[in-house]
Write a protein that binds this ligand. Structure first.
Ligand code: NAG
Ligand code: NAG
Ligand code: NAG
Length: 200
C-alpha cells in the first residue's frame, strides 16, 4: 500500500515538475464526457476544409455550405440536398469528365483510451468509390483558372450509409477527384480535399 502511495506521489510530483502551468490532473477525470470527442478545427461552428495532397491540379482555398437557395446552413443534415461551394483554382487544362471517390470518417475515442480521439473509417460498402463527378454534380466542364466549384450533393441514394451516421458528431469527408477526360488513360488525381463538418 505504502509502495503504491509513494509511487502515486512520485508520479504526481513528476507531472507537476514536467508542466507547472497545467491544472493538476485528477485521477478518474473523464476528459471527454460520455466518450464523445471535442469538435476539431472549429467544426461546431462552421465547416472546415484543407487540402490533403500537395501539387495537384486544383487548389481549394475556401468552402461554404448552403441549401438549394444559397442560404448558409450549419450543421449539415445529410438527408437533405445541400450544396458545397468550393473556391478553387484549376492550374491545368479544362476538365470535361471526372470521377470522385469519397471516404467518410467519424471522430471518436479509441477502444483503448477515452483520452485519444481518432478519425475512424465509416464503412461505405464501396458505394462512394466511383462516382461520376459530372453526372452527380452537374458542374462540368471545370474551366482553367479561378473557379467556384459548385457541388450539389444529394446523398439520398446512399441511405445505407447515412442511416449509420449519428447526429451532432464531427465527421470528415475525404474527397478525391480523378481526371477522366476522353483520351486520358492515366486518370491521375487532380484534387484531394478534406471537409470536416458537424452533421445533424
Ligand atoms: C452524458 O450522458 C447522460 C445520459 O445520456 C446525460 O444525461 C448527460 O447530460 C451527458 N453528459 C454530457 C456532459 O454530455
Ligand atoms: C485540423 O486541420 C489541420 C489542417 O489545417 C489538420 O492537419 C488536422 O489534422 C486537423 N485536426 C483534426 C483533429 O482533424
Ligand atoms: C460561391 O461563393 C462565392 C464566394 O464565397 C460567392 O460569391 C458565390 O455567389 C457563391 N456561389 C453560389 C452558387 O452560392
Amino acid at each position: 500500500m505504502l509502495y503504491y502511495l509513494s509511487l502515486v506521489a512520485v508520479l504526481a510530483f513528476g507531472l507537476v515538475i514536467a508542466n507547472p502551468l497545467a491544472p493538476p490532473a485528477k485521477f478518474g477525470d473523464k476528459p471527454f464526457p460520455n466518450g464523445s470527442c471535442p469538435f476539431p478545427n472549429g467544426t461546431d461552428k462552421a465547416i472546415y476544409s484543407y487540402m490533403c495532397a500537395d501539387n495537384e491540379q486544383f487548389t481549394i482555398t475556401d468552402i461554404q455550405v448552403t441549401d438549394k437557395n444559397s442560404n448558409p446552413i450549419y450543421p449539415v443534415d445529410p438527408r437533405q440536398e445541400f450544396i458545397l461551394n468550393l473556391t478553387t483554382y484549376n492550374h491545368g487544362q479544362q476538365i470535361d469528365d471526372n470521377h470522385v471517390k469519397v471516404k467518410i470518417y467519424q471522430y471518436e475515442t479509441t477502444y483503448y483510451s477515452k483520452e485519444v480521439c481518432v478519425w475512424a473509417d465509416v464503412p461505405t460498402f464501396g458505394l462512394l468509390n466511383n462516382i461520376d463527378g459530372c453526372d452527380f454534380a452537374h458542374n462540368c466542364p471545370l474551366t482553367s483558372g479561378p473557379l467556384f466549384l459548385i457541388l450539389p450533393l444529394d446523398l439520398s441514394q446512399f441511405s445505407a450509409i447515412i442511416n449509420v451516421l449519428a447526429a451532432y458528431k464531427p465527421y470528415q469527408l475525404e474527397i478525391r477527384m480523378y481526371n477522366y477526360n476522353s483520351g486520358n488513360t492515366k486518370h491521375e488525381e487532380i484534387a484531394c480535399v478534406m471537409a470536416q463538418v458537424e452533421l445533424s
